[in-house]
Design a protein around this ligand. Structure first.
Ligand code: ADP
Length: 324
């Protein structure tokens, strides 16, 4: 059993996903000092899932000079951030109402915080990243899905039951395609990576000419959102069209967010956001058409600071003592 020194100021950030556990040592300035990853055992018993997480934590604690101060964990929701109970995430079938925080406190004897990925990443951006110094922060990460988090005056907004922040499941079309959540027209089902890939494949199958097909060795089935990004960077017209369509979906959605929250800043993370960055000016220019807020165009739209390490930084931010 690892007993950690409370005098250390290093935080252990843990990012639990369906296939891997990423861990990192993070200092009080949000700098990731060391990191690693281990496989997650998501489809076996609750104990096997816990052991996988403990194995990942132990591998990092052994390299933490002076031990660790606390452990912050990002996990897929739904979960209860107040109690640290993981409720029933679809990609972690091993855990149903699993008291993750309680188990880890019993083992490591340090404070343990648990929150969902996007909430935690939003906090990391506010504490240490692209939203530092802002009071009202809206963060979105666009990848397989669209996760969002809101941080107001340095605190994650959780809502009444802890379920707040599901901006990816805000619908922009009640007649739209059915999302994995069961609702229609969620921005996630329309504009996340899989939707971009699917829209591209449909156009190519319909006979559209594009370098994207060459990048996929002529196989329409092999076309992904990443290849659209590569083709766009090489000047491909169809790729530009696809990305413009994606931006045309995201802009009214961001307009809804701005009218609801009037945030100080909009932060975008995830691989798809990086691909869309050349279109940020276009989004900002068209935002006023989708807002009643007369000052919508003043709100900065910026890329997230943390890329692939958003989960590790997010976990650590949950335990950071410094107010933003
Ligand atoms: P997640 O953690 O959300 O699963 P991933 O990075 O694995 O995120 O990405 C998943 C989705 O995002 C896929 O549909 C993928 O094609 C798309 N995606 C990821 N990175 C990029 C990128 N750099 N450019 C374009 N699309 C990307």
């Amino acid at each position: 059993m690892s007993e950690s020194s409370k005098s250390s100021n290093q935080i252990l950030g843990v990012d639990i996903g369906g296939t891997k556990v990423a861990v990192g040592l993070v200092d009080q300035d949000g700098k990731i000092i060391a990191q690693g990853r281990k496989p997650m055992i998501a489809t076996s018993t609750p104990e096997a899932g816990l052991e996988a997480v403990i194995g990942a934590i132990d591998s990092m604690i052994s390299s933490a000079a002076g031990g660790i101060q606390s452990i912050g964990i990002c996990a897929p929701g739904p979960l209860d951030p107040k109690t640290g109970v993981v409720i029933n995430p679809p990609n972690l079938p091993c855990w149903r109402n699993f008291p993750l925080a309680e188990k880890l406190v019993a083992k490591y004897r340090v404070p343990v915080k648990v929150d969902n990925d996007a909430n935690a990443a939003a906090l990391a951006e506010t504490r240490w990243g692209a939203a530092r110094g802002f009071h009202y922060v809206f963060y979105a990460t666009i990848g397989t899905g669209i996760g969002t988090g809101m941080v107001f005056d340095g605190r994650i907004y959780h809502g009444h039951t802890g379920s707040a922040g599901e901006g990816g499941h805000v619908s922009i079309d009640y007649r739209g395609p059915v999302c994995s959540c069961g609702k229609r027209g969620c921005i996630e089902v329309l504009a996340a990576g899989p939707a971009i890939g699917a829209r591209t494949r449909a156009k190519l199958a319909g006979g559209a000419q594009s370098a994207i097909l060459d990048l996929a060795n002529g196989k329409v089935g092999g076309v992904s959102s990443e290849l659209v990004g590569k083709a766009y960077a090489a000047g491909d017209q169809l790729a530009r069209e696809i990305l413009q369509e994606t931006v045309d979906l995201l802009t009214p959605w961001l307009g809804n967010i701005v009218d609801l929250l009037d945030p100080d800043v909009l932060v975008m993370g995830g691989g798809v956001a990086a691909m869309l960055e050349p279109f940020f000016d276009d989004i900002k220019n068209h935002l006023p058409s989708w807002c009643v807020n007369p000052r919508a165009s003043e709100i900065p739209l910026v890329m997230a600071h943390y890329g692939a390490n958003a989960g590790i930084a997010g976990g650590a931010a949950l335990c950071s003592q410094d107010p933003p």
